[in-house]
Design a protein around this ligand. Structure first.
Ligand SMILES: Nc1nc2c(c(=O)[nH]1)N[C@H]1C(S)=C(S)[C@@H](COP(=O)(O)O)O[C@H]1N2
Ligand SMILES: [Mo]
Length: 317
């Protein structure tokens, strides 16, 4: 099939590139794919040791994640966004980002570290950029499957050398009401902030995303860099980060501050612990009809459940 150049989207480019890598049997790429649990799609899922059978058309968009779930189309990933700094209307965000300035960009990393460092975007892009296909589950009950590019957060932490006093990592988004009209709303404690426990921050799944579908992150997805923790609800995945601080206390996020009975520090995806307003047991995969069951830790239990051994997850929600 030949696609007219006017219709070539980053989705086509991304899938073609992946197709090429697969066809060429490029060793480096397959090692990378294996290392992040990603599997090129197109074939059947037979022989997989993963328990849940694929419930969508395998490889509808040419690729699946490790559970056999098809990628969410590019238009939905970049057109249906939660980004309150622009709008509370998910369908309006992409149209409001206009000339958001994400370059030049700096990230100040400090607090309880031996080597406080301010990184320019160029320096962060020098870390090996990996492909990671992750499911993103929003607490509002929808989910997507997104092909990110980025690097493990641990790379930044290793560079700044946290001291033994550091117990948590605090993240802060850009504070700029001129660019972010939503920051004029008095309901929230701007700038957006989030936090992780140290072991969560060092977990192999924890990604700083710099791209999606093979292109630099569009503004609506958190340009030029955002956090992605796929076993946690989407609100932990803080966008447009300007500051990372190592601290010895559990940080209070924007959402914990706004509604402490609804949003906790951990925010691990958990079908058994309902949000006060929404059951978390099922979700609507964007682009799919019907609902599917939500998996504990969003299907990443094998990689992260041990971090919470012995904790009462209905208390530490
Ligand atoms: N700074 C900032 N980061 C944010 C948000 C936000 O409003 N502001 N929304 C969060 C929520 S609730 C979700 S579900 C994800 C959505 O990411 P996406 O729009 O790239 O799908 O971003 C998260 N990161
Ligand atoms: Mo969300």
């Amino acid at each position: 099939m030949k696609i007219p150049s006017s219709e070539i989207t980053p989705e086509h480019i991304y899938l073609n590139r992946r197709g090429f890598i697969k066809a060429a049997g490029f060793a480096g790429a397959s090692v990378l794919l294996a290392a992040c649990g990603v599997k090129p799609g197109g074939g059947s899922n037979a022989g997989s040791t993963q328990a849940p059978a694929p419930t969508v058309k395998e490889g509808a968009f040419g690729m699946t994640d490790e559970l056999g779930d098809a990628l969410t189309p590019y238009d939905a990933v970049t057109g249906f966004n939660n980004f309150y700094e622009f709008s509370t209307d998910k369908e309006k965000v992409a149209g409001l980002v206009g000339d958001f300035v994400s370059s030049p960009w700096q990230v100040e990393v400090g607090g309880l570290v031996s080597k406080p460092t301010t990184f320019g975007m160029e320096e962060l892009l020098k870390f090996d950029q990996e492909d990671r296909i992750y499911r993103l589950r929003c607490v509002e009950g929808w989910s997507m499957v997104i092909p990110w590019q980025g690097f493990p957060l641990s790379k930044i932490l290793e560079a700044v050398e946290p001291t033994s006093a550091a117990k948590y990592v605090r993240f802060v988004s850009l504070d700029d009401p001129k660019q972010f009209p939503g920051q004029k709303s008095p309901w929230y404690s701007w700038p957006y902030s989030e936090g992780l426990r140290m072991d969560e921050a060092y977990n192999e799944l924890t990604l700083i995303a710099t791209g999606v579908y093979g292109q630099a992150l569009p503004a609506q997805n958190g340009a030029p860099l955002r956090l992605v923790t796929p076993w946690k609800y989407g609100f932990k995945s803080i966008k447009s980060i300007v500051k990372i601080e190592l601290v010895d206390y559990e940080p209070v996020s924007l959402w914990m501050d706004a509604a402490p009975n609804e949003y906790g520090f951990y925010a691990n995806v958990n079908p058994d612990v309902p949000h006060p307003r929404w059951s978390q047991s099922t979700e609507r995969r964007i682009g799919e009809g019907g609902r599917r069951n939500t998996l504990p830790f969003n299907g990443y239990a094998e990689q992260v459940a041990h971090l919470y051994a012995g904790m009462d997850l209905s208390k530490y929600y």
